[in-house]
Design a protein around this ligand. Sequence first.
Ligand SMILES: [Zn+2]
Ligand SMILES: [Zn+2]
Length: 407
Amino acid sequence: MILIKNARPHDVLLDGATIKKVGKISEKAEQTIDAKGLVVVPGLVDMHVHFREPGREDKETIASGAAAAIAGGFTSVAVMANSGRVCDDAVGVVYVQAKSREAGGANVYAVGAVTKGLKGEELAELGKMSEAGAVAFSDDGMAITNSELMRRALEYSKMFDKPILAHCEDTTLTRGFVMNEGRVSAKLGLRGYPNAAEAVMAARDCYLAALTGGHVHVCHVSAKETVDVVRRAKKQGIRVTAEAAPHHLMLTDEALLDYESKYKMNPPLRTREDVDAVLEGVVDGTIDAIASDHAPHTAEEKEQELAACPNGIIGLETTLGVILSLKKIPFDRAIDAMTAAPARILGLKGKGALKAGVDADLTLIDPKASWTVDPASFRSMGRCTPYEKMKLTGRAAKVIVGGRLCS
Ligand SMILES: [Zn+2]
Ligand SMILES: [Zn+2]
């Protein structure tokens, strides 16, 4: 038994891999962790990460990704299907699970591809992947442009009560984009990705969710119009949930004025107006979850000129610090968006809650810790972060997974 003593808002007693008691605890335990000054929350859940194994282990392995998760305070992550070998069958799902167990870091859950090889042509075997333990389905990285295919994916996934995680992008509007389409892209002479390209696909997917009764989850909301789409769909009772990434809550497209690739991602950084709208969406619950969209690439790839370098930045080790440093989302809502909300969306039993009987996954947060982001110290194999050298306040001090102290 492990007793976590003096934490806010209450003590926690762990019995093996299960939480035994939460509240004022006077019992004795074999091990006591003095958590004075720390806040105890359910183990953080990141529902949207990219590890690159199998196939691109030079970018990130499941083990390095799971270690980065722990370093950032995350005890569970859901890994997207677009690794070097696409996770589009039961074998792919079982592989992720086996590697996760072997790594012994955070719990790594597999997201299965919606279409075979992410080609957007033919549905993958969602039933078999679901049976093997896939928690959701997504072609993330690629948009599902064929509406009829998306309709069938929603009908099919509904049978297993699992969501489709939608990368909403009308690619006919975003060809060759480097950044957000707007005043800054015009000034720099770079090809833009307009807000509308995200919002029209989010709207389509909401209408298809209404048509099928399926659950669509809008990934990485970046445009103010998309927040409106989700808000309206929720009011109409459509089964839609959404997430936002930390960079879309903090940074704007002005960051690209120096042409730095650490600010290049898909969807791109938008304007201040969009950032404020996405923030408002998170605060009022229109946007349910916060997810990093952790996407490691090699230094060589990211060092290419802006137009040529791949989209994506890493985020597992900075998400908590960035969100707490913003001071724009009430603490409890921010934690809910990184625990209960993603656990509910993905149907992770025993996760995202802090009460007797659930899994002993806990994060102890030091809300006052001030630290400077140093990519050289990351456990991730990725180094490309827009927060390099940024001073942040708040970070995970201790992380417990399945009753085991991991950091
Ligand atoms: Zn995406
Ligand atoms: Zn992604």
